[in-house]
Design a protein around this ligand. Structure first.
Ligand code: 4NP
Length: 186
């Protein structure tokens, strides 16, 4: 059984395992997160799946709207890269999202957090921002990492197995940090 109750200043969720999560400092409004990479077939679909798992483990599925997108449209309509899917599945993540290009006029309004995988994605997003409010929503995935000093989630597309594993290692670390960050934000 899952019990969820909202107060004006917080959300308390007791999940199936009996864990109590004192949610957000603000109201029970959903938080929305968009993960962005170049093609939306490797890193950002993985970030989406890993963050969904982290949020689910915390009993906070109902508190989040999570999606991913790419800065280019080359792979629009395609499922995640087969190699990325295989590596993710070995860790229990099902990559189900279909690639799409970011739509700035819609996505900057829809999402509270817009998270780039690398510096090029970051620059591209900053160039798409319409105003200072949009810019404030943009950050980089590795900003939330606690266990590694990587400053980006490197593009694995043209490399081998180690690159896909590194993507997942970095995302597992950073997604935990991201949830803590969101929970601590006013
Ligand atoms: P992603 O990886 O940005 O993590 O989805 C890539 C996917 C496709 C290409 C480059 C990177 N590409 O050049 O087609």
């Amino acid at each position: 059984m899952e019990i969820s109750q909202s107060w004006p200043c917080s959300v308390v969720v007791v999940n199936k395992a009996g864990n109590i999560n004192f949610g957000f400092k603000e109201s029970g409004m959903k938080k929305s997160v968009l993960f962005v990479c170049l093609g939306n077939i490797c890193r950002s679909p993985s970030a989406e799946a890993v963050f969904r798992a982290v949020v689910k483990k915390a009993g906070l599925e109902q508190a989040f709207d999570i999606d991913s997108a790419g800065t280019i449209a080359v792979h629009s309509g395609e499922p995640a890269d087969a190699r990325m899917q295989q590596h993710a599945l070995k860790r229990g993540y099902h990559l189900t999202s279909i690639s799409r290009r970011i739509h700035p006029a819609v996505d900057f309004d829809r999402f509270d957090y817009i998270i780039a995988m690398d510096d090029q994605n970051l620059r591209d997003l900053q160039a798409m921002a319409r105003n200072a409010g949009d810019v404030k929503k943009i950050s980089k995935m590795t900003d939330y990492a606690k266990r590694s000093n990587h400053t980006s989630v490197p593009d694995p597309y043209y490399g081998g197995a180690a690159g896909f594993e590194l993507v997942l290692d970095l995302l597992e670390d950073a997604c935990e940090g991201l949830l803590l960050h969101v929970q601590n934000q006013k």
